[in-house]
Design a protein around this ligand. Structure first.
Ligand SMILES: C[S@@+](CC[C@H](N)C(=O)[O-])C[C@H]1O[C@@H](n2cnc3c(N)ncnc32)[C@H](O)[C@@H]1O
Length: 220
């Protein structure tokens, strides 16, 4: 799945939502992701969130609610997704909806006077492997003021990322991971609270058991 036509078709065939954004699993991931961002970004942030892969706006609305003074650019390759986001959040102020491929995004649309923060949650891995690095390099090239990228992804390898590969790619692009949070795991155990803490801190456990992880990357 890579092109606008493919995503539009896929969403149409699946009632607009192949993932189940109303399910507790997804809702918890979105809530935990916005909490993670709120740990280091002030609620009074007046800059612009550049949200790539915004889908139906389930995260866009959380950003607007948690950062009421910020502006959001909600960008998605799919027209179906963008129209759904407009239906869900079009009544809110402080948001622009843009249907565009993140790889060819026109960064002149980002208000230059506002401090940017880039969000790429659960969407970078839809790019072909060589394109992923180009995407981050494009941010550096066309949005040099950007210092922070929040990125979430499964770290289970295969078509997704592995933590080490992601960190290495980001380092090559001039970013280092300043914090991360495991959003969910492939297995659960009876001692869930302790296990969650261990996953947070121990890389080899994350490698084995973590599913989706959110990373905060800062420019070196
Ligand atoms: C799993 S959803 C992620 C939604 C939200 N960011 C989240 O964390 O739940 C992935 C979204 O990325 C979009 N997407 C995939 N490839 C893209 C691209 N090249 N440019 C922009 N959006 C893309 C898809 O259309 C889809 O809406």
């Amino acid at each position: 799945m890579r092109t606008k036509t493919e995503f539009d078709q896929w969403f149409k065939e699946n009632n607009g939502d192949p993932w189940g954004y109303h399910t507790p699993f997804v809702i918890k991931r979105l809530d935990d992701s916005i909490k993670f961002i709120g740990q280091t970004v002030e609620a009074s942030f007046k800059g612009v969130f550049v949200e790539f892969g915004s889908f139906d706006g389930s995260f866009t609305s959380r950003v607007l609610t948690n950062f009421p003074s910020a502006h959001v650019l909600a960008i998605d390759i799919s027209e179906v997704a963008t129209e759904t986001n407009i239906r869900n959040n079009g009544q809110l102020t402080g948001v622009d909806f843009i249907c565009a491929d993140m790889l060819g995004f026109d960064y002149t649309k980002v208000p230059p006077q506002k401090e940017p923060i880039v969000l790429i949650l659960e969407s970078l891995y839809y790019l072909d492997v060589p394109e992923r690095k180009v995407m981050i390099q494009n941010i550096n090239k066309f949005l040099p003021a950007n210092k922070v990228i929040f990125l979430s992804t499964p770290v289970s390898g295969n078509k997704y990322f592995e933590e080490d590969h992601l960190l290495a790619m980001m380092k090559e692009c001039g970013y280092s991971c300043s914090s991360l949070s495991v959003l969910n795991s492939k297995r659960s155990f009876g001692f869930k609270a302790l296990f969650d803490v261990l996953l947070q801190h121990i890389k080899f456990l994350r490698r084995k058991y973590a599913n989706q992880v959110i990373f905060k990357f800062e420019k070196l």
